[in-house]
Design a binder for this molecule. Structure first.
Ligand SMILES: CSC[C@H](NC(=O)[C@H](Cc1ccccc1)OC(=O)N1CCC(N)CC1)C(=O)N[C@@H](CC1CCCCC1)[C@@H](O)COc1ccncc1
Length: 330
């Protein structure tokens, strides 16, 4: 089997991407954020208090003839940005882009944090990390990818995220029309459950490539790129008027500044993030100060290759044994 679905930016600065999925019988369509940085599939539901729902589509298990309560099971998740949700668990038929998994664990939210309530274009998440990170207790549940894997033509899914445009996620096949040249693969360390791998180094603008192994996670659910402070300061040293603002919680600069590109290495291959991707957003609609798409990871304890980096490449998440991740120019 294979599947293919759109990755649609939810706002004009690509803060996140959502993908249409269907759940249950008859099918209920929700827009979910496919997130390789977590492993819970959870949705706004008929069980979510109405004062926490603001425009989101909801999953109603009672309206689905194929839903089953996974009795006695609960879940609770906290994300890196402090947002979170918790609830109960059903199994139901779940489809992404024509690829169906029967009896997928669908985690119905009983409570969501305010940042989810405020994000009306996001109806929940599909975790595509390793199932070891799943928070359902007493027995953890498998991700959509792990459930689909035995029926896939190839044990892969690919992410083709785009800058200010709709991209795609494919399951079970690698579409050679979506990239140029070769795919460069590198080893993935699957514990504790993220798609963890190393960069072989980086360069700023036309500067020399600095070879160094930088370990981090490729995370479609994280908007920006978070790297070690030494790298980030080297980057912003090239930006007139840049400063690391305590007030704004990161590097900001005059929107009129000229930004250099940022290049990262995967083994021997090189991928360049255009300056426009790093000029992430104005700090407020009328401001002339802009917030950078490259920020320091020092507060996180982990380096994160988020959407700002991933949208510069075609990315193959390979569930083979051992797992690996591939990058290609597009
Ligand atoms: C440094 S992990 C921060 C990261 N969350 C972000 O990237 C959010 C995404 C967002 C925010 C608001 C609306 C829509 C999307 O966006 C920002 O935080 N920003 C973008 C806008 C910018 N101005 C400020 C910074 C994060 O937790 N991701 C998790 C998934 C994410 C949760 C929030 C909803 C969307 C999906 C996940 O993959 C990684 O989980 C962990 C990573 C590390 N240990 C624990 C958990």
């Amino acid at each position: 089997d294979t599947g293919s679905a759109a990755a649609i930016p939810i706002n004009e600065v690509d803060i996140a991407y959502v993908t249409p999925v269907t759940i249950g019988t008859p099918p209920q369509t929700l827009m979910l954020d496919l997130d390789t940085g977590s492993s819970d599939l959870w949705v706004f539901s008929s069980l979510t208090p109405s004062n926490q729902v603001r425009g989101q589509e909801i999953y109603s298990p009672t309206k689905s003839s194929t839903s089953k309560l996974l009795s006695g099971h609960t879940w609770s998740i906290r994300y890196g940005d402090g947002s979170g949700s918790r609830g109960t668990v059903y199994t139901d038929n779940f489809t992404i882009g024509g690829l169906e998994v029967k009896s997928q664990a669908v985690q119905a939210a009983l409570e969501v944090s305010s940042s989810f309530t405020q994000e009306q274009s996001l109806d929940g998440l599909v975790g595509l990390g390793f199932s070891a990170l799943n928070t359902v207790r007493p027995s953890s549940q498998l991700t959509f990818f792990d459930n689909a894997r035995p029926n896939l033509d190839e044990e892969v899914f690919t992410a083709d995220l785009k800058y200010h445009a709709t991209g795609s996620y494919d399951f079970g096949f690698i579409d050679s029309k979506k990239y140029a040249g070769n795919i460069t693969y590198t080893a993935v360390q699957q514990s504790p459950g993220y798609w963890t791998h190393s960069l072989s180094g980086y360069s700023v603008g036309s500067g020399a490539f600095q070879a160094s192994q930088i370990s981090g996670i490729s995370d479609t659910g994280t908007t920006l790129v978070y790297l070690p402070t030494a790298i980030v300061t080297a980057y912003y040293r090239q930006v007139q008027g840049a400063q690391n603002s305590q007030y704004y919680g990161g590097y900001v600069f005059p929107c009129s500044s000229t930004l250099p590109t940022f290049t990262f290495g995967i083994e021997g291959a090189r991928f360049t993030i255009p300056a426009s991707y790093i000029n992430y957003t104005r700090i407020s609609p009328t401001s002339t100060t802009c917030y950078g798409g490259l920020q320091s990871s020092s507060g996180l304890g982990i380096n994160i290759f988020g959407d700002v980096a991933l949208k510069a490449a075609f990315v193959v998440f390979s569930g083979t044994n051992p797992p690996r991740i591939g990058f290609a120019i597009k």
